[in-house]
Design a binder for this molecule. Structure first.
Ligand code: 26V
Length: 820
C-alpha cells in the first residue's frame, strides 16, 4: 500500500543496548563517556519510542482501511504525566531496559527523574482526558485526541514563608523527545474582520466571513500506547505560529521590529495554559485559544477524509466529544464550514452537526459555566456569532411551539443571556447542539438535569445521560504501585490490568491473614518510597510508622481544605489545652497537595494557613509527634503516583452537591486507602460498591444542603453552640499560627463566621465524629487491612476502560477496531 513497513527493533537486552547507544551517538551526538544525564534520558526516550513506532504505523494503516467511526476527543487540557514509564509498561520493556542500562553502567531510576511531566492541564478535567485516551488505545478504539501544545503548562508552585509563589513551567526547555512536529500539516486559522452578504451563482443570497488576520496551527503528534496490545493511538496538540501573510504584511511596511513583535503576537495563542479552573476570566486570549485548537482540529479531521467523501455521512465516521464547554465554538465552526464553504443547506448542515457533537459537563458551580460577551465574540468571530444567533432563533421557535406563551421560559433558555452583560451561554449552545449531554457521576448527572439544565432536560429527557468517570489502572495502579500490582498478579493473574472488575477475585483474600500481612508490607514499602521522594525532592522528613491521611486536589473553597485544617487545629488545641492526651490517638501524618489559581485570593490564604498551622504543630513538643503536617509544593501527576499508593486515608470532603465526580477518590480506593467522605460526586458510588463498613461517611446530604441554604444559613450559630469548634477558630483568630502578623488569617476567619458558602461549620462536628471512628478503626490493624483490601477488590468499576465502554454504548456507538 505504498508505505514501507517499519519493523520494531529487537526485544532483547543486547538489542536494546545497541539501539540506545546508536541514539546516543547519532541522535544526541555524544559518546557514552561524555553523555550527561539529560543526553542519556533523551536517547533512552527516543529508543523506547522506536519500539512503539511500528505499532503506530500499523494502527494508522488499519484505521484508514477500516473506515471505522472515530472519536475525536476535543479537550483544552491533557494532564499526561511522565511518558517514559508508561511507554515501558505498554511495551513490556521495563526489565530489558533496566538490564541494558545497567550493562552500560547507567541507572534507569536516575534517568526517570530527568523527565519533566507535560502538565498541560489544571486538574481533574485534564487528567480525565489523559485517562480516556489511554483507555481507548488499550481497548483498540479509534480515537484521536485534539488539544493545545502550551509552551508553558500549569505553573510550578513554590512556597515562600508558606505562601504560594508561581514559577513558569518550562517543560520543553531540556528537549521534548516524545513529540513529532508536523509543520507540513499546518492549518491556517482566521480571526476578526466582518461578514458580508453576496449573491452566489444560483442567485441565492448568502453570508460569508471576511476575516482580518490569521495564524498557523502546527500539529505535534504524541503517541498514546495501548497496554501491550500492539496499538498506538494519536494525540495531536496544536502550536500557534505566524503565517506568511501575517509576516509579509508587516515586513513590507518596513517596520522590522514590529514584524517580529507580530510573530510573538501569533505565538502567544498557545503560549500558556490558563491556571483558573473555577471562574472563567472572560479573557480574549482564552477565546482565541479555544477557537484556535478547535478550528485546527475540525479542519484536520475533515482533511483526512477521502476527497469524494459525502459530508452528509460525517456522523458515520466521527463523534466530536466536547470536554466541557471549552471547545464548544466548534459547533458554529462546523456549521460555517458546511454552510459557507461546502454550500450545504442550513437545515441539512444542522442535522449533520447535531449528530457529530456530544457534550460532557464537569461542574455544578454556576460561576464556573462559561459565557462569552457578545461584543467580544462578535469582534473575534463575527460569522460564528451570526450562526449562533440563527441557531438560537430556530431553537427558540421550537421552544415557543412546545410551550406557547411562556416568555419567561424563552428568556431562561436562550443561548443569549441579557444580564449582567449580553453574552453567549456556551453550556446551552453545547446542550442544544449535542446529540447527548452527560454528567460525570450518577449524582452529578441527576443534579445537572434537575438544577443546572432543568428546562432542557424537560424538553429533551432522552438527551441526558450519565457516564461515571474512571481512571486508568495502567498509570495509577500498574505503574504507580508496582508492589501492589505484583501482589495482585500473584493472587489472581495479570488480566486485571485491562479487565479491572477481575479485582473482585481478591475479595476472599481479605480474610486471609497471610495475605493481609503481605498487603501491609506493600503499604509500608510505599510509605518508605514516598519518604525517600519527599526527602530528596523537598527536604521533608516523613515518618512511616503513622497513619498517612492525604488530601490532594486543587485548592477550592467547595472542596473544603479548611474543614481539614479545622480538624487539625482542633486536635492541636485539645492537646495543648490538656483535654486530649496525644498518646491516646494513633499518630497521624496529614499530607496536603494543592495548587491555587494565582488570582484566587482566598485559596492562596488557605494555602498560607495550612503551611503556618503545619509549622506550628510540627514544632510543638507538647504534640509529641502525634500530629505532623506535610505540604510538599507543586503537587502534580508525578507526585500523585508516589503519594496515593502510600496513603491510608483518603480525604474526599467537598460539600455535598458540589464536586461533580472527583477522580482522586477512585485512585485512592484502588490503591487500598479508606475514604472519609461526604455523599458527593463519585463518593456515592464508591461507598455503594465498597460497602458502608469500609467507608467513613459524614456530613449533610445534598437535599439537606439545599434546604439549609433555602432558609438562610447562619454559620455563627455553629460557632456559638459548639465549644470545640469555637476554640479551634479562636486559636486561628488569636494569631497563634502567625506570630509575626497576628491578623493575616482574619479574612479566612471572618469568611467562615459570616458567609461560609460551603457549610464547613455545619459539617464540622460530623466530620470530627467520623475522624474518631477512623481512629478506632485504624487501631484494629487486621480489620483496617481487611477493609483496605476490600476497597481494592471492589473498585474495578472505576477503571476508565468501563467509562469508555459506557461512552461507546450510550453516546458514541462506535466499534473497536480489533487486530486482524
Ligand atoms: C474550568 C474552567 C472554567 C472556566 C475557566 C477555565 C476553566 C478551566 C478548567 C476548568 C475545568 C474545571 C472543571 C473541572 O476540572 N471539573 C472537574 O472535572 C473532573 C473530571 O470530570 C471531576 O472529577 C471533578 O469533580 C470536577 O471538579
Amino acid at each position: 500500500n505504498g508505505t514501507v513497513s517499519v519493523t520494531a527493533p529487537q526485544h532483547s537486552v543486547e538489542g536494546f543496548a545497541k539501539e540506545f547507544l546508536r541514539e546516543l551517538n547519532f541522535g544526541q551526538g555524544v559518546p557514552l563517556s561524555r553523555a550527561s544525564v539529560n543526553d542519556q534520558y533523551l536517547a533512552l526516550a527516543r529508543t523506547v519510542r522506536e519500539y512503539l513506532m511500528a505499532r503506530w504505523m500499523e494502527t494508522l494503516r488499519r484505521q484508514r482501511d477500516a473506515h471505522a467511526k472515530t472519536v475525536a476527543y476535543l479537550s483544552a487540557e491533557y494532564l499526561l504525566g511522565r511518558q517514559l514509564d508508561n511507554a515501558l509498561i505498554a511495551t513490556d520493556l521495563t526489565e530489558i531496559v533496566e538490564e541494558a542500562l545497567t550493562s552500560l553502567g547507567i541507572d534507569l531510576a536516575t534517568l526517570r527523574e530527568q523527565e519533566v511531566e507535560p502538565g498541560l492541564g489544571n486538574g481533574g478535567l485534564g487528567r480525565l482526558a489523559a485517562c480516556f485516551v489511554d483507555s481507548l488505545a488499550t481497548m483498540s478504539v479509534p480515537c484521536i485526541g485534539y488539544g493545545i501544545r502550551y509552551e508553558y503548562g500549569i505553573f510550578r508552585q513554590t512556597f515562600v514563608d508558606g505562601w504560594q509563589v508561581e514559577q513558569p513551567d518550562t517543560w520543553l526547555s531540556l528537549g521534548a523527545p516524545w513529540e513529532f512536529p508536523h509543520p507540513e500539516d499546518a492549518v491556517t486559522v482566521h480571526f476578526g474582520g466582518s461578514t458580508e452578504t453576496y449573491t452566489d451563482d444560483d442567485g441565492v443570497t448568502r453570508s460569508r466571513w471576511v476575516p482580518a488576520w490569521d495564524v498557523l496551527g502546527v500539529p505535534y503528534n504524541y503517541m498514546v500506547p495501548g497496554y501491550q496490545n500492539g496499538r498506538v493511538n494519536t494525540l495531536r496538540l496544536w502550536s500557534a505560529r505566524a503565517t506568511k501573510a501575517f509576516d509579509l504584511q508587516i515586513f513590507n511596511s518596513g517596520d522590522y521590529a514590529e514584524a517580529v513583535r507580530a510573530q510573538t503576537f501569533a505565538e502567544n495563542i498557545s503560549k500558556v495554559l490558563y491556571p483558573e479552573d473555577s471562574t472563567p476570566q472572560g479573557k480574549e486570549l482564552r477565546l482565541q485559544q479555544q477557537y484556535f485548537f478547535v478550528a485546527c482540529s475540525i479542519r484536520d479531521f475533515l482533511d483526512g477524509l477521502p476527497a469524494d467523501f459525502d459530508l452528509h455521512r460525517l456522523p458515520d465516521v466521527v463523534m466530536f466529544q466536547l470536554n466541557d464547554t471549552h471547545p464548544v465554538i466548534g459547533v458554529p465552526e462546523l456549521m460555517r464550514i458546511l454552510v459557507d464553504e461546502k454550500k450545504i443547506a442550513w437545515d441539512e448542515a444542522w442535522a449533520i452537526t447535531q449528530k457529530c457533537f456530544a457534550y460532557t459537563c464537569h461542574t455544578l458551580l454556576p460561576e464556573a459555566l462559561e459565557v462569552w460577551p457578545v461584543e467580544l465574540l462578535g469582534r473575534l468571530l463575527p460569522r460564528h456569532l451570526e450562526i449562533i444567533y440563527r441557531i438560537n432563533d430556530e431553537f427558540l421557535a421550537q421552544v415557543r411551539q412546545a410551550y406557547p406563551n411562556d416568555e419567561l421560559r424563552l428568556r431562561r433558555m436562550s443561548i443569549i443571556a441579557e444580564h449582567p452583560e449580553r453574552s453567549v451561554r456556551m453550556a446551552f449552545l453545547a446542550t442544544i447542539a449535542g446529540a447527548k449531554v452527560n454528567g460525570v457521576a450518577a449524582l452529578h448527572s441527576q443534579l445537572l438535569r434537575d438544577n443546572v439544565l432543568p428546562d432542557f432536560s424537560e424538553l429533551w429527557p432522552d438527551k441526558f445521560t450519565n457516564v461515571t468517570n474512571g481512571v486508568t489502572p495502567r498509570r495509577f495502579v500498574r505503574l504507580a504501585n508496582p508492589a501492589l500490582s505484583d501482589l495482585i498478579t500473584d493472587a489472581i493473574g495479570p488480566g486485571w490490568v485491562t479487565d479491572l472488575e477481575r479485582l473482585r477475585e481478591m475479595e476472599p483474600l481479605a480474610d486471609d491473614a497471610e495475605f493481609r500481612e503481605r498487603f501491609r508490607a506493600v503499604k509500608l514499602a510505599n510509605k518508605q518510597r514516598l519518604a525517600g521522594v519527599l526527602a530528596t525532592r523537598d527536604g521533608i522528613e516523613l515518618r512511616t510508622d503513622a497513619m498517612l491521611d492525604v488530601m490532594v486536589k486543587r485548592l477550592h473553597e467547595y472542596k473544603r481544605q479548611t474543614l481539614k485544617v479545622l480538624h487539625i487545629v482542633s486536635l492541636y488545641e485539645r492537646i495543648i489545652s490538656g483535654e486530649l492526651d496525644p498518646a491516646s490517638i494513633p499518630p497521624r501524618v496529614f499530607a496536603f497537595g494543592a495548587k491555587a489559581a494565582p488570582g484566587y485570593k482566598m485559596a492562596k490564604q488557605i494555602i498560607g494557613l495550612i503551611n503556618h498551622v503545619g509549622a506550628t504543630v510540627n514544632a510543638d513538643p507538647r504534640v509529641q509527634g502525634a500530629l505532623t503536617v506535610v505540604f510538599p509544593p507543586n503537587y502534580n501527576v508525578t507526585l500523585a503516583e508516589k503519594l496515593i499508593p502510600a496513603a491510608d486515608l483518603s480525604e474526599q470532603i467537598s460539600l455535598a452537591g458540589k464536586e461533580a465526580s472527583g477522580t482522586g477518590n477512585m485512585k485512592f480506593a484502588l490503591n487500598g486507602a479508606l475514604t472519609i467522605g461526604t455523599d458527593d460526586g463519585a463518593n456515592v458510588e464508591i461507598r455503594e460498591l465498597v460497602g458502608d463498613d469500609n467507608f467513613f461517611l459524614f456530613g449533610l446530604l445534598e437535599p439537606q444542603v439545599a434546604e439549609i441554604q433555602a432558609v438562610g444559613y447562619d454559620p455563627s450559630k455553629y460557632y456559638e453552640e459548639n465549644a470545640t469548634l469555637r476554640r479551634a477558630i479562636d486559636l486561628i483568630a488569636s494569631g497563634t499560627f502567625s506570630p509575626d502578623d497576628k491578623r493575616v488569617f482574619e479574612p479566612i476567619v471572618s469568611n467562615l463566621l459570616t458567609e461560609d458558602r460551603f457549610l464547613a461549620l455545619a459539617d464540622f462536628q460530623a466530620y470530627l465524629d467520623a475522624q474518631e471512628r477512623v481512629d478506632v478503626a485504624y487501631r484494629d490493624v487486621e480489620g483496617w487491612t481487611r477493609s483496605a483490601i476490600l476497597n481494592v477488590a471492589r473498585s474495578g468499576f472505576f477503571s476508565s476502560d468501563r467509562s469508555m465502554w459506557d461512552y461507546i454504548d450510550r453516546i458514541w456507538h462506535s466499534q473497536p477496531v480489533v487486530a486482524r
